[in-house]
Structures are given as structure tokens and as C-alpha cells.
Design a protein around this ligand. Structure first.
Ligand code: GLU
Length: 521
């Protein structure tokens, strides 16, 4: 009698920024399904995009998912038999697999330069034709290929895709999905730097890691035909797919950090309990048989059934999460337990050892020690938005920045600075006081302002008080997630009092920013 293969699911985050709440959501469903089948969960880091991936982001992903208490069985931190679990350590595998496709005629070299591609795309756009790759290099005579190689012209490798009929996919929740092949591009598999694209690496790894089921976001449905074709070309069995609906903001748009915090670490710092967050994420797509709202991870695993997954776009509502979190605090903790949670959270010696050096030099009595750093342990801080705005901004000798055509309203000017700093902060790789100071010095210089004028609104935005602990050190201790959240909160408050950066102004500001500071991240 043949034995059913072990169920193996995986999550495959790309370490390109803050650990996203959507990653936690996917881990939860992959975990619940795998464990309900006595299977295993793999965590694989998809870090082949060298320009965007950082080790800091990988560390943050592992730390934040670890905090949630959903334990994967194999991964870069815990090891396992199918490693390495970091794609940057597996590049030889992708190249050798790409070679197999080349040898079998399923893939070809494409020598088109980005400029040529853009020009031809533009032409086709004008003729109202599809703007996918036009197959220019799909049938190059071998002499031309050889001549190009002899000239050492850079090339990528593309996969061949059918041009007619449709691809039929089976989704565990959605049933059959038909996607016309004409909508599917001859996807690049290997880039000119020899690194694979997501599609090749993802398929090769899912196969070599013996993944049997994939729960991932619905944004990947359009990639599935390419994956299916790759499985066919390699002669492998494709894992079963289950595309879950994306989390949404209360206004139904896709969850985005402009409207809701999306970093898992922010939720930790803002005082949410991991079990409440996991419970809430479970509610986002799943209902227990008795429809109760409070349940543990284990209870979700024990009752897990695909039939009870809902496909409607789940709304991630921080207010509801807060309500649920409150129930956990009140109903699931004795005072002693709550005290232990607070210590484990941030109220411990480690935090105080960071904060006290900022207070000690100015303190005269022990009673002064406690009130000032309260903002380190808060979620949002409160203040009147008009206090964010200095009376005027004094520009240095040179003219106003190009996006400002007149002496600007100080409220708008403040919003503008908050925005610029937000963008500049995205570029900070290592969140330390020196780097933050450098960020502000740079902005002051580029905007022709005194550093003093630039930092003023940030004092209030970060600490809720104009006379607080030193700004850069405070931001460093507070961490990037909470700092950014408070800056966004200040922008929201300014907008409420009429200092809105309109769409038109935002566009001009973007242009000014990119010209003066380089591209956004
Ligand atoms: N690396 C992809 C991501 O960042 C993985 C998508 C998938 O699950 O196939 O989400």
C-alpha cells in the first residue's frame, strides 16, 4: 500500500523591509494546515534580489515571527535536511536547473537591452497592443546568438510560454482558474547578473524542499501559470495551491503602511500580545466550528478545515484587534502573570539601561526619572497639532526648494519636512543615533534650513513634549517601527488641522525629493 507523502508547507518571505503582518498571516495558515495533517512547515528566505534584500530585514523577520510563537520546523535559523534555506546560498542550483531548460529548448537567451525593450514597448503601447515581451530573441539563429556571445553582450534567460489557449490551474479554495496564455509573458528566469528571478528559484526550491501545499496571497495567482509550466518542463509534480485573500484596510484597500501599521514589530512595541495577534489573524479568514472569537493556535490547528476558510477580503481593523487584546489582558492574566508579561515586553533592566543615560545628566531628584521617559512605553503620544508647527521657517541664503513657489505656510512646510524625513529614513540600514543625526543634518542642508528648525516638530511627534530626552538617541531606542509610526501620526494630525499635502503638491515634492536626494526606496 503506498503511503501518502508527508504534508510540507512553507512561507518564503523576501527580506526587503519591515516584517509584514501579511507574512505572519501566511505563516499562520501554512502552519495550521500542516499541523492539522501532522506535517512540517519550512521557512525559506527569498533573498535573490541583491539590491533590495538586507540581513537586517531577515533578522527582523525571524525575530518577529518567533515572537508570535508559531514555530516552523525547518529554516535558516533552525536548519533541517533540505537546506540551505536562504536562496542566496543556492544560486548554483538555479543556474544548473536553468541550463536543463536551455538544453531542452524550453528557455532561450535574450540580448535585448532595457532601452530596446522600453522603446518597443512604447511603440506597442501606441498601437494599443499588449506590452509584454514581444519574443524578439525567441528564435534567434544560432549564428546570431554566437556572435552576440563572442561580443560578450549581456543576456538574460527567458522561458518559452505558449501563445494560445489557456492555462488551467487548480486552487484548493477557488477551484479551477483559467488564465489565457496570451497574458503570460516569456518570463525572465535568470538575470544578466546570473541571479534567478523569483519564479525560477521559487519553483526549484519548492520542489527540492518537497513542498506539497502552498498557502500564499492571491497576488501570486497571476504567476501560477509560469510556475505550472516550469513544473511541466522539469517533469515534476506541482504542489497544491491555495491562494488566500489579501488583508485589507478598513476602507477595503490593500493593507498598506500609510493607512495601518504593517510591521509585526510595531504591534509588539505598541503593547499587543502575540497570542491576541495570532488569534486576530486567524479570525481574518477562518471560523471555528462553534464560531467563538477567542481561540488559541492549538485550537485552530485541531479544528482546521479548508471548508471553513472564507474568501472575502478580510479587514484588518486595529480597533477590533485592540478590543481582542484587551480581553486577553483582562481575562487571561492574573496580576502576577501580567507583571511577567510587562517585564518580558519592555519594562525591564535592559530598556532602563538604555534610557537612564539620557535622563541622568539632567536629573536632580529621583522623582524626575519616571515621567519623562513614559513615551518610550507608549503607543501614540498626544499633543496639540498646532504645537508641531514653528512660527516660521528661516531659509538660508539660497532660494526656496523648487517645489515651493512662495514663502510656504509653516504648517505645510512642517508636513513637507516630516514627509521628506520619512522617505530618508527608509534608506537607513542600521537604526542608530549617528545615522539618524546624519539623516537630519542632510535634510537641513538640502532644504537650506537650520538643523534646529528641522528637528523641532520631531521632538513633539516622537515624545509628545518639546523638552524631552535627546532626539536621535530617543529615536534609536524607540526603534524604526514606532518612530515611523509616530511621524505618520503627526502627518495625520496635521492633515486633520488642514495642513494636507495635496496630490499635486505631493507630486511636486516627489520630484524635488528625487532630484535632490536620489530615488525613493
Ligand atoms: N518571496 C515571495 C514573497 O515575498 C514568496 C511568494 C510565494 O509564496 O510564492 O512573498
Amino acid at each position: 500500500m503506498s503511503q501518502k507523502p508527508e504534508v510540507r508547507t512553507r512561507i518564503a518571505p523576501s527580506p526587503t523591509g519591515d516584517p509584514h503582518i501579511g507574512t505572519a498571516y501566511m505563516l499562520l495558515f501554512n502552519y495550521a494546515f500542516a499541523k492539522s495533517q501532522r506535517g512540517k512547515v519550512v521557512l525559506r528566505i527569498e533573498d535573490t534580489d541583491q539590491a533590495r534584500c538586507t540581513p537586517e530585514s531577515e533578522t527582523a523577520i525571524l525575530k518577529s515571527l518567533g515572537w508570535l510563537g508559531i514555530q516552523w520546523d525547518e529554516g535558516p535559523d533552525v536548519g533541517g535536511p533540505a537546506g540551505p534555506y536562504r536562496q542566496s546560498e543556492r544560486t548554483d542550483l538555479y543556474r544548473s536547473h536553468c541550463q536543463i531548460l536551455m538544453d531542452q529548448g524550453h528557455a532561450y537567451r535574450c540580448f535585448c537591452t532595457p532601452e530596446e525593450l522600453a522603446a518597443r514597448r512604447q511603440e506597442r503601447r501606441e498601437q494599443k497592443q499588449s506590452t509584454g515581451y514581444d519574443g524578439f530573441c525567441a528564435e534567434l539563429p544560432s549564428e546570431t546568438v554566437q556572435a552576440n556571445l563572442d561580443e560578450a553582450k549581456p543576456f538574460v534567460i527567458r522561458m518559452r510560454t505558449p501563445k494560445s489557449s489557456e492555462c488551467l490551474l487548480q486552487d484548493m479554495l477557488r477551484g479551477e482558474i483559467a488564465i489565457p496564455w496570451e497574458n503570460v509573458d516569456d518570463q525572465v528566469l535568470l538575470k544578466s547578473d546570473g541571479f534567478p528571478t523569483y519564479h525560477l528559484a521559487n519553483v526549484v526550491d519548492d520542489h527540492l524542499m518537497s513542498i506539497t501545499h502552498i498557502f500564499r496571497g492571491e497576488e501570486w495567482i497571476s504567476s501560477a501559470p509560469k510556475h505550472k509550466l516550469l513544473y511541466q518542463y522539469f517533469g515534476w509534480q506541482m504542489p497544491q495551491l491555495c491562494h488566500l485573500p489579501l488583508l485589507r484596510n478598513p476602507d477595503k484597500s490593500k493593507l498598506s503602511k500609510r493607512k495601518n501599521p504593517t510591521s509585526i514589530l510595531y504591534y509588539r512595541q505598541a503593547g499587543f500580545l502575540p497570542e491576541a495577534l495570532v488569534n486576530y489573524l486567524g479570525l481574518m479568514g477562518y471560523t471555528l466550528p462553534d464560531e467563538r472569537e477567542m481561540f488559541t493556535l492549538q485550537e485552530m490547528v485541531e479544528t482546521f478545515d479548508l471548508k471553513r476558510i472564507r474568501l472575502g477580503g478580510p479587514i484588518f481593523d486595529v480597533q477590533k484587534l485592540t478590543w481582542l487584546n484587551g480581553r486577553y489582558i483582562r481575562e487571561k492574566h492574573s496580576v502576577d502573570q501580567l507583571l511577567a508579561r510587562l517585564t518580558e515586553w519592555f519594562l525591564n533592566d535592559e530598556t532602563w539601561k538604555k534610557i537612564l543615560p539620557l535622563i541622568q545628566p539632567r536629573a536632580e531628584k529621583l522623582t524626575e526619572i519616571l515621567p519623562r521617559p513614559a513615551f518610550f512605553f507608549a503607543d501614540m503620544v498626544e499633543y496639540s497639532p498646532e504645537n508641531l508647527v514653528p512660527k516660521s521657517y528661516k531659509f538660508q541664503a539660497e532660494t526656496l526648494p523648487a517645489d515651493l513657489d512662495q514663502e510656504p505656510d509653516p504648517g505645510l512646510m512642517t508636513a513637507r519636512l516630516l514627509r521628506i524625513v520619512q522617505w530618508e529614513m527608509e534608506k537607513i540600514r542600521s537604526w542608530k543615533a549617528e545615522a539618524l543625526q546624519q539623516c537630519f543634518v542632510n535634510v537641513a542642508e538640502k532644504e537650506g534650513l537650520k538643523l534646529r528648525d528641522v528637528v523641532k516638530p520631531f521632538f513633539l511627534a516622537i515624545s509628545g513634549s518639546p523638552t524631552s530626552t535627546p532626539l536621535f538617541e530617543s529615536m534609536a531606542i524607540l526603534g524604526s517601527d514606532m518612530t515611523r509610526r509616530r511621524i505618520q501620526h503627526a502627518l495625520d494630525k496635521l492633515a486633520e488641522t488642514g495642513h494636507v499635502i495635496s496630490k499635486k503638491k505631493e507630486k511636486a515634492l516627489q520630484e524635488h525629493y528625487q532630484k535632490t536626494y536620489g530615488p525613493n526606496i
